[in-house]
Design a protein around this ligand. Sequence first.
Ligand code: CU
Length: 330
Amino acid sequence: MTTHALSIGSALDPSGTGASQITDLWWVMFWLSLIPIVIVGAIVVAILLRRRRDSPGATHPPAETSVSERSDRLIILLGGVVLPILLLIPVAVVAVGTASERVTADDETFEIGVTGHQFWWDLEYPSPGSNRLDDGETFRTANEIHIPAGRPVEFRLESEDVNHSLWVPELDGKTDLIPGRTNRLAIQADSPGVYQGLCAEFCGLGHAKMRFKVIAHEEEEFEEWLERESAPADLEVDAESLAEFGDSCAVCHDVRGLFEERTFRSSFGPDLTHFASRRTLGADIISNTPQGLARWIADPQGVKPGNRMPHLGLEGDELNLMVELLGRLE
Ligand SMILES: [Cu+2]
């Protein structure tokens, strides 16, 4: 099994502006919550020690009722009213402060469409030259979200089927993708790097295998990626491979530029235009190697039970043709 284990970054070791704010808030809550834990713990210990000191047969004179009632009331007042107020007010102040300092997006912020599918991520980017999806041409890719580091980008979050939730613990908190609704998340990676993401809302059989990567680039590198990724596939394909792909795959997968005329564009499965440049496949489940790819095409349900790519019965030369073709989609 080449399925790699999920090595997910820690939310307490943040690399994104949002995650840093959440971490700071978390530590404030952690230290403040220690105060009542220590007080209650001390009371419990004191009671235990006192019971041990008292010999089993010893009788106590009944306590003065009025005194005990007064101290009971004092304990309830201090422990039930004063202490919670003293603890929750600072948490509220810091939480409101954190919320008001969140990364924000405006009309100029680079926008990326993220659509959740059972069980993969469809991505839509504005073509080079514009920042917003509604401004003009767009192109699609899947499962690897490339972003520029050091400035905010805005995810437009939608779902094609059921509820999903996008979570990159090192970068920010979770946001749901809900059918029939558009959610937005302004997110910023503070430095270049590869950050692990996952679906954080149970969405069906393949839910645990619905991951993705966020790849944050230096500005110039990002622009180069955008140029490359937006271009149609540029390769010579023999007639046999083209026919095979057309018959077996093109109903669900788009490869921009592969067919001279397209009467339709399929978005049932991930866009494969530059598939060979992706690190992994199956929504970040296995490495994108010729072996991994052959295994996927031959038996997608074995690699990822429940996913929406059916068993196609490809083997031998047909399988090799497809592995070879997809391997050239740089
Ligand atoms: Cu999901």
